[in-house]
Design a protein around this ligand. Structure first.
Ligand SMILES: *[C@@H]1O[C@H](CO)[C@@H](O)[C@H](O)[C@H]1NC(C)=O
Ligand SMILES: *[C@@H]1O[C@H](CO)[C@@H](O)[C@H](O)[C@H]1NC(C)=O
Ligand SMILES: *[C@@H]1O[C@H](CO)[C@@H](O)[C@H](O)[C@H]1NC(C)=O
Length: 247
């Protein structure tokens, strides 16, 4: 179902790029603010991935049950001079698209929402939702943190108790039956290799493999088909998904 969103996102992005194209040299035109922005959004819940796909977003008012309606466009607490897409506007757009619920309180002093629950993963006394942009914790709240095209937003449950934010990479997205296929698990923040991560292989005959001391794992596919790979380790936030086509 994510590939449908992916396609929808691409279509929207083409439309928005087309519109953006004649950004003229006409100086009478005001600077274009709050453009539709294509970002990668991943939401890792307590026990499963809640959302992982590109999404188009722009700053807008958002409403939560516990927080009410407030702006969420980067101008919160005067963090940016002009409105734009934000980490929380992306979360809100994904929640509307896939219909996973979420909640957050609003803090007037910080002029921002504190996300308390996404889908069924609700904060506890010791576990909270954390926010990372390109694998770094954001220095400000999610409605203050503007995002640019191509950046990667990660909302992660229990982020502050985790050792690593796993990142899964492969040199190619296609391979052949019977040929070893290599993937690498690293910590997205520090880039150190992560040993002992389980790389799940979903697809016909897929068996999970464990990364070695170099973060490397090798998979031999026995059948042609499309496979989805994702790494996890109990002390870490699970990785992005890697798609592999086996011919
Ligand atoms: C957005 O919310 C603010 C309250 O934070 C309200 O004053 C404003 O009218 C809303 N704007 C729109 C377009 O709904
Ligand atoms: C996650 O799994 C644990 C262990 O099965 C369970 O106690 C917990 O309620 C689950 N959390 C969510 C949000 O589903
Ligand atoms: C890995 O596979 C197991 C068993 O199928 C499943 O319970 C778990 O959620 C999967 N983890 C990821 C990260 O896909």
């Amino acid at each position: 179902m994510h590939s449908i969103f992916f396609l929808a996102s691409l279509v929207l992005s083409v439309i928005s790029l087309t519109r953006a194209a004649p950004a003229s040299s006409d100086s009478r035109e005001p600077a274009r603010t709050n453009p539709a922005t294509l970002v990668n959004l991943r939401v890792e819940g307590a026990n499963s991935t809640i959302f992982e796909a590109p999404i188009i977003t722009r700053g807008h008012n958002i409403t939560t049950a516990s927080g009410g309606t407030h702006h969420c466009d980067g101008t919160n607490l005067d963090a940016n001079a002009s409105p734009g897409a934000t980490c929380t506007s992306a979360l809100d757009d994904a929640a509307k698209l896939v219909k996973f619920g979420y909640d957050g309180t609003f803090d007037i002093e910080f002029d921002d929402f504190f996300i308390t629950r996404i889908a069924s993963s609700a904060e506890t006394n010791t576990q909270f939702w954390g926010l990372l942009l390109d694998y770094e914790f954001t220095p400000v709240g999610g409605c203050q943190q503007e995002v640019k095209t191509g950046q990667s937003i990660l909302w992660a449950f229990d982020a502050f108790n985790k050792a690593f934010f796993l990142k899964l990479a492969a040199l190619s997205h296609t391979t052949k039956v019977g040929k070893p296929f290599t993937v690498t698990v690293t910590d997205g923040t520090s880039r150190v290799p992560i040993a002992g991560a389980t790389v799940n292989v979903s697809g016909k005959g897929g068996e999970s493999v464990i990364s070695d001391e170099n973060g490397v794992a090798s998979i031999v596919f026995e059948y042609a088909g499309v496979y989805k790979l994702k790494a996890e380790r109990s002390d870490s936030i699970r990785s992005n998904m890697v798609d592999v086509v086996v011919i």
